[in-house]
Design a protein around this ligand. Structure first.
Ligand code: AMP
Length: 448
């Protein structure tokens, strides 16, 4: 399938071509025609699926014929939970709209408001915003929504998680009733559904199988290790595998800072990115990471949400997240838009509950491997058998049948054709299990 068949205008097709996209991603294939109908759309899709182009391209198409924005007005409002995501969407709008004459701007908190007010003075066709700053700007009469044509709520689930519901309701109250609404969310839990009912009218539903998509394109491993030895194991993995760009997730900001310091001490360039960091520090960290100056970017879930780093080869879960869906978001940072990625989770015995939750959600047991020298004193208990819960069924709707092989306690080694093992004795585990996925790992050496 190609982008031609959507009926997008020539400048848009040229921009898509210049980006090097040859065919639409599954979410684009569904979302682009849906948005072009002018109806409301509710899409289940996470970052990494190409969802941004899925709404930006048709929006640009819809806007091109209308009247340009008036002073202090916006025709499209895209709401996102984080500054990083707002900035990235803003970049996408510019990229896809580069051969058109539409205007756009991005506003978020943590930076001066005056330059943002100035930009809004002439009006913008597309405004990308985080909720709090948008409300401030509205209060100061810097933005009015009388001419708003389209509202996009991106990462709606995350906005609710982050406590933006009141801000969203306040914003909705000042929007014109007649508008097109697009809502994107990785999950559609009950809370989101009730929000949806209040906003969307007879929406077209777009569903791209989130958990399954990630589970299929990302190779996942679990390394049982004692909590106290996680930092040392991570250091070892970075050095032995010669990872030059790895995104590491921690549950807490404090944990992110501590880990960053440990890595820095070991001579590995690292930076932390989380909510307590200033916008400048976050932007610098992300830029350094993208340029290859920072090898390890340590992030909390909220900060990492929406980070767009093209073809990130691997991610590491230093801790498992408390919310199983976050695991899917995390591993979705790698293996993006069709390329395969690798996700490694360092799991200690106290995380068995989180592990079970994740495996139920993705309907799969994550392959266990033991790294020589880091075998845990406190073993991570074998996971329970996979039950098809309603949530898991929905998430893994298109299961292609290759997950059912994993049973409780059977953690099949990759490439070992059914050589299942039930929590093998540590000393029995050869270092050569590491196979060829760690180029610098000495498969013959036992003292990794
Ligand atoms: P998103 O989910 O919108 O954050 O997009 C994830 C990544 O996929 C971004 O780096 C996009 O540039 C890239 N991408 C989006 N659409 C396509 C496509 N059709 N083909 C290849 N890459 C794409």
């Amino acid at each position: 399938m190609s982008f031609d068949k959507f009926g997008l205008s020539e400048p848009l097709l040229r921009a898509v071509d210049a980006k090097g996209y040859t065919s639409p991603s599954p979410v684009q294939a569904q979302a682009i025609p849906a948005v072009l109908t002018g109806r409301d759309v509710m899409a289940a899709a996470q970052t990494g699926t190409g969802k941004t182009a899925g709404f930006v391209l048709p929006i640009l198409q819809l806007l091109q014929d209308g009247k340009r924005a008036q002073a202090n007005r916006a025709r499209v409002l895209i709401l996102t939970p984080t500054r990083e995501l707002a900035a990235q969407i803003g970049e996408s709008v510019e990229t896809y709209g580069r051969f058109m004459s539409l205007s756009s701007t991005v506003v978020f908190g943590g930076v001066k408001i005056n330059p943002q007010m100035q930009k809004l003075r002439r009006g913008v066709d597309i405004l990308v915003a985080t909720p709090g700053r948008l409300l401030d700007l509205h209060q100061q009469n810097a933005i009015r929504f009388n001419d708003l044509e389209i509202l996009v709520l991106d990462e709606a689930d995350r906005m609710l998680d982050m406590g933006f519901i009141h801000d969203i309701r306040k914003i909705l109250a000042v929007l014109p009733a007649k508008r097109q609404n697009l809502m994107f969310s990785a999950t559609f839990a009950d809370e989101i559904k009730s929000l949806t009912r209040g906003i969307l009218h007879d929406p077209i539903e777009v569903a791209v199988d989130v958990a399954n998509a990630a589970a299929d394109t990302v190779e996942q491993w679990l390394y049982p290790v004692d909590k106290s030895r996680k930092a040392a194991l991570l250091r070892e993995l970075v050095q032995i595998n010669d990872w030059q760009q790895v995104l590491v997730f921690t549950r807490t900001k404090h944990g992110a800072n501590r880990l960053t310091q440990t890595l820095e001490k070991a001579g590995i360039n690292a930076a932390a990115i989380h909510g307590n960091k200033s916008q400048g520090a976050r932007t610098r960290a992300l830029a350094g990471f993208k340029q290859g100056k920072i090898r390890v970017l340590v992030a909390t879930d909220i900060a990492a949400r929406g980070l767009d780093i093209v073809q990130l080869p691997q991610v590491v879960n230093f801790d498992l997240p408390n919310v199983a869906e976050d695991y899917v978001h995390r591993i979705g940072r790698t293996g993006r838009a069709g390329s395969t990625g690798k996700a490694y989770s360092l799991v200690s015995a106290d995380e068995v509950k989180q592990l079970n939750g994740i495996e139920q959600l993705i309907q799969k047991h994550i392959t266990r491997e033991y790294i020589a020298g880091f075998e845990p004193e406190h073993e991570v208990p074998a996971s329970g058998s996979l039950k098809k819960s309603h949530k898991a069924k929905r998430a893994a709707g298109k299961d292609k049948g290759h997950h059912h092989k994993a049973h409780a306690g059977e953690h099949t080694s990759r490439g070992r054709g059914g050589e299942g093992h039930n929590r093998p004795a540590r000393r029995n585990r050869p270092a050569s299990k590491n196979g060829n996925r760690r180029p610098a790992a000495s498969s013959q050496s036992g003292n990794r």
